[in-house]
Design a protein. Structure first.
Ligand code: SF4
Length: 407
């Protein structure tokens, strides 16, 4: 994230004044940049770099498909450096965990104008500080007016400043189909935060947001537009974990719906953090490990393709994850005893903690040429032996901690 310090240094160092061009001569309101940047602190922005089609046009800048500027094309989901900000911190909704809520006594109201936001973004880009923009916002007044302004800022970037870099735009709850469509023609990725796993959980957090209409219906609009190939990087969403007392299993169940029905590309988790001045300021913040364990569950589902029945083994009887690798918990349920890597099926190998898709594939290949009898052979092909040893037997050897697992 761009810090106020970084921007101040650039401004003081005159890096914004390299030319007599109008955009460099206008001062930047650093306090505003700071407050609106802080407002996105809990918004996750792990973004896939752009697959935006290159249009032959000299003078276009920030195009991540071409080389020679300051970034590379990364289709594997790596983070690019983004100017991450709210458009405004004013909001008509009353989400009880949010400092922008009507019920919070947060910082003073701040807003950009479309021109101001586009100008700052392009200044930062040209100063080599960011590669793109992550734009979120409160809903000041109504969502139509807000989306108009956010879209105008993006249009200025694309059309006036010829910016072809990565843009991730948050769609506000309740945004119209036509605004979503227009936004998707301009940006690389959109997301709409679902926040909670169900209508009743959302109701506990906000009396002004309608789960079905403001969130799910808008995700459907996005899904249908993505399917018509209007968006290079698809849609994502984010949960605020534990704000409404929901269990991890409830989040997981919603997660499956979001992947299977809404065709989401990725889902993100932000552990609830009690912020001073909000209605929930006295509630207990959720530990960061909860967020991390949910990412592991997501990984097992998306990458390892564990099915729902198997995934359910990761949760305790109250529906929560323990603070340990969920793959380990699942393995203790699915294996009756340690497996021999020389005879285990590819599916069995994938279920051994410490063996990933690549190392499972390599084991299957290597054992065709020579038997696997020593731990070092596994280490060499990328197996994390310390994790795997409890579940493996090699040439008569098996780990002593096995007893603990079988008890
Ligand atoms: S809609 Fe978003 S910005 Fe507004 S109060 Fe809720 S979480 Fe905060």
């Amino acid at each position: 994230m761009v810090t106020l310090d970084k921007i101040a240094k650039l401004a003081v160092g005159g890096q914004f004044e390299k030319t007599s061009s109008d955009i460099y001569s206008k001062p930047i309101d650093l306090k505003k940049v700071d407050i609106l940047g802080q407002g996105t602190k809990h918004d996750t922005c792990a973004s896939t770099a752009s697959k935006r089609k290159v249009q032959e046009s000299p003078g276009r800048i920030g195009d991540v498909m071409s080389s020679g500027i300051c970034h590379a094309f990364a289709p594997d989901g790596r983070c690019v450096s983004l100017f991450k900000t709210l458009y405004t911190n004013a909001c008509q909704h009353n989400c009880s965990y949010c400092p922008n809520s009507t019920k919070s006594s947060g910082a003073g109201i701040m807003s950009y104008t479309p021109e101001e936001l586009a100008r700052i973004t392009i200044q930062l880009y040209r100063a080599n500080t960011v590669e793109g923009l992550f734009l979120s916002s409160g809903v000041a007044g109504d969502e139509t007016k807000m989306m108009d302004q956010m879209i105008e800022a993006v249009e200025l970037l694309r059309n006036k400043y010829n910016f072809m870099g990565y843009i991730h735009l948050k769609i506000l709850p309740g945004t119209s189909h036509s605004h979503i469509k227009h936004a998707m023609e301009l940006v690389d990725r959109v997301s709409l935060n679902i926040e909670s796993p169900s209508k009743s959980h959302m109701h506990e957090l906000s009396s002004t947001k309608d789960y079905q209409n403001d969130i799910l219906q808008r995700q459907k609009y996005i899904r249908d537009l993505v399917n018509k190939d209007r968006l290079p990087a698809g849609q994502t969403t984010q949960f605020v974990v534990g704000a409404a007392g929901e269990s991890d299993r409830e989040i997981f169940t919603r997660m499956l719906y979001e992947y299977n029905v809404m065709d989401l590309k990725r889902q993100y988790f932000s552990a609830f953090h009690a912020v001073g001045g909000t209605e929930l300021e006295k509630n207990k913040s959720q530990p960061r490990w909860r967020e991390n364990r949910l990412y592991q569950v997501d990984w097992l589902h998306r990458i390892y393709k564990f099915d729902r029945k198997e995934m359910n083994l990761a949760f305790n009887e109250d529906g929560f994850l323990e603070n340990r690798d969920p793959k380990w918990t699942i393995a203790t349920h699915v294996f009756d005893g340690p497996v021999d890597p020389n005879t285990a099926s590819h599916e069995e190998l994938l279920r051994v903690p410490g063996i990933g898709p690549k190392s499972a594939y390599r084991i299957v290949n290597i054992r065709k040429k020579e038997p696997i009898v020593r731990k070092v052979q596994l280490k060499r092909i990328g197996v994390r032996v310390n994790h795997a040893r409890t579940f493996l037997k090699l040439n008569g050897w098996q780990d002593t901690t096995l007893k603990g697992w079988l008890q």
